[in-house]
Design a protein. Structure first.
Length: 225
């Protein structure tokens, strides 16, 4: 549920608030994993202007409290681009939309992902809370919590979890991104097919072009003419 606020004129704007908590990420994955999800989404939803995906951006949810900075979050029903200088931070009383999905990537240094942050995102009313812990061995590394009747319910997961309100699935799979081969988080369609990364799209287009060139050569046509 969106928190109630005093009239907007009494509240600070994004320009008045710090745009960072000056706390560095613990490792590269906390930027790369949400960055990959954002990049894929920018291709899938290229024609849509009603969404925003923030990476390591401050969320101001209460004018009397400091911002919280998740590794990634998705809001649906907001302006994708507010102006050419883009967003400094995400301010509830300006956006008037609670993030639909919050993502936290756990490192060796726990930051309350399974306790204080989870409780806060619940209070904020975020529909989905996604926690990815690549260091987990005895429990599933990916957990997706769904807000149901004021509680976070852990969704059953095998390869992925379907998110009907978003129209996408989220899951984990081994692949290569920016030259790094490991397990990554990806978006999936309703049939469980993984959406490609930008690099994979380029490679696929090149393969198609080469197949077409070979077919033309077999027909006696020079594709370079």
């Amino acid at each position: 549920m969106l928190l109630k606020y005093k009239p907007r004129t009494c509240l600070p704007s994004a320009e008045d608030l710090p745009d960072s908590d000056d706390t560095p990420v613990d490792n590269e994955l906390q930027e790369l994993i949400p960055g990959l999800l954002k990049t894929i989404l920018a291709i899938l939803w290229a024609e849509r202007m009603d969404w925003f995906f923030g990476v390591d951006m401050g969320i101001y949810y209460d004018p009397d409290r400091p911002a919280i900075v998740p590794d990634g979050f998705l809001s649906i029903g907001v302006e994708r681009i507010i102006h050419e200088d883009l967003r400094l931070s995400y301010v509830f009383w300006e956006e008037e939309v609670v993030p639909t999905l919050i993502l936290e990537v756990v490192s060796q240094n726990r930051r309350g992902e399974y306790s204080t942050k989870k409780k806060l995102y619940l209070e904020m009313g975020c529909l989905y809370y996604v926690v990815y812990n690549p260091l987990r061995r005895r429990k599933p590394p990916l957990e997706v919590y769904h807000l149901v009747h004021g509680e976070y319910i852990l969704k059953p997961i095998s390869k992925l979890v379907w998110l009907p309100e978003i129209g996408l699935g989220i899951g984990r799979e081994r692949g290569t991104y920016q030259g790094i081969t490991r397990e990554w988080l990806y978006w999936y369609d309703q049939e469980g097919k993984r959406y490609l990364t930008p690099e994979e799209r380029i490679s696929e287009a090149e393969r198609k072009a080469e197949r077409l060139a070979q077919k033309l050569r077999s027909l006696g046509v020079d594709p370079n003419v």
